[in-house]
Design a protein around this ligand. Sequence first.
Ligand SMILES: Nc1ncnc2c1ncn2[C@@H]1O[C@H](COP(=O)(O)OP(=O)(O)OP(=O)(O)O)[C@@H](O)[C@H]1O
Ligand SMILES: [Mg+2]
Length: 299
Amino acid sequence: MPRIHPLVDSSNFVSLWELPDESWNDRWDRIVVDESVKDSLINYALLSLLTLRSSSGVAVPMHRMVLLEGPPGTGKTTLARGYAQKAASMIAAENQSTSIYVEVDCFSLSGELLGVTPRSVSKLLEETIPDLAKEADQIFLLFDEIETVATDRRSLSLEVNPVDVHRGTNAFLTGMDFVATELPNVLTIMTTNYPENLDSAVLSRVDIDHALGLPDRSAVRQIMFDTAGELAGLLQWEDDDGAADAAVDAAVGMDGRQIRKAMIEAAASDRQVALGRARLTWDLVAASLLRRRRTTDAR
Ligand SMILES: Nc1ncnc2c1ncn2[C@@H]1O[C@H](COP(=O)(O)OP(=O)(O)OP(=O)(O)O)[C@@H](O)[C@H]1O
Ligand SMILES: [Mg+2]
């Protein structure tokens, strides 16, 4: 993954990569969500960055903002990165263009000292991003856990919460309006676990919003077999359909991250399996899933 040394590194708020980068493909391919979600995301990128790049902002008021919301471990951050890669490679296939992926560190952006947040947000959106937007044909900008920056202003009491949060959200809105009118080559992706904490003016600017929920049974199965396929390279895999079904049943209701981690835990639960000398069985996987479930329920 080539990391560019940016003109802007002094800000410390962003990390940058050149895309397309084939090593990122699995961030798209291996996140199991409804195909209609992936189609909608790609179509939106093609529409906003290719077809409607120079349309009137009044007739077609696009902010080129996409929101992925959902509980922890449902693939939002991974899919957001994969989305940038997939869109960058599809656009490059159309016109050989270049893309830069910019990931914002929302936590370092929202400082505790008075005035830090709005200043950092404005600097990022009105200086750093415009500079970067000159360096590539497209910019994919990720605000991971956006609620830390664009907090719902109504939920804040001015007495208890710093005015800074208000100003931070205001600066974000103004900055995104600036990006929308001045930088038609920037597509912004935001993720959140707490859409209810996001300011309504931010939500109103979002063009496409997808909720990633917990995987259903068929998605659970796909995620488990995908992990099994990867483990099969390292371990010997015993393929027993009945036992696999029981393991899938044990995983329904968990998020994708927990499911994959339970399978790693299963492989680590037996020394011989860990050494690649014994078979990892679906029974071991089911046991590890049930253990995880008990721990979570006990909390
Ligand atoms: N829908 C899914 N399909 C396949 N794998 C998944 C899915 N959801 C999560 N995973 C696995 O969990 C890992 C972590 O997911 P990720 O960090 O993207 O989730 P997230 O929604 O951003 O979580 P958080 O809200 O805690 O930040 C992924 O890299 C992947 O291995
Ligand atoms: Mg995340």
